[in-house]
Design a protein around this ligand. Structure first.
Ligand SMILES: [Zn+2]
Length: 144
């Protein structure tokens, strides 16, 4: 599958899930593709204490580590109400750090003015990443 095909699939599955899970009001989720071909979906961990919450991407990343899957693509959407066109959200800085576990080649769908499905590698998002100061073998990576 091409990046565009994967992006379309992630977007469609994410939107289908969001409309089912959030029939009213705000809705959003992350959708990730793995090298093994398994698609992972996850939602934000909401908490009354805002600082205890977690980004939408976190659950899919935990699931990937649990099942020993290698994440290759990630896409996150958010919409204010059913029927609204969801916006694509670039992974936040912390999620980019978490995604780095699967290497700089992980492709993340990024926010853009036309709201197109546009992937950028983690390397492109952070070309001067701090981990470059350390030898590859010292960096913690997935075995995939
Ligand atoms: Zn995040």
């Amino acid at each position: 599958m091409t990046d565009q095909e994967i992006g379309n699939l992630l977007y469609e599955e994410a939107l289908r899930f969001v409309n089912r899970r959030f029939p009213r009001g705000w809705g959003g989720c992350a959708a990730m593709m793995t090298e093994q071909g398994k698609l992972l979906l996850s939602v934000a961990l909401e908490s009354f204490n805002g600082s205890a919450g977690l980004c939408m991407e976190t659950g899919a990343m935990c699931q990937a580590q649990k099942e020993n899957l290698k994440i290759t693509h990630t896409l996150c959407i958010s919409r204010d109400a059913p029927g609204d066109t969801p916006v694509i959200l670039t992974p936040c800085g912390i999620c980019q750090e978490r995604l780095m576990y699967w290497g700089k080649g992980v492709k993340a769908a990024v926010t853009n003015p036309e709201n197109r499905i546009l992937f950028r590698t983690l390397e492109a998002l952070a070309p001067c990443h701090w981990a470059d100061a350390f030898p590859e073998e010292e960096q913690e990576h997935s075995c995939g």
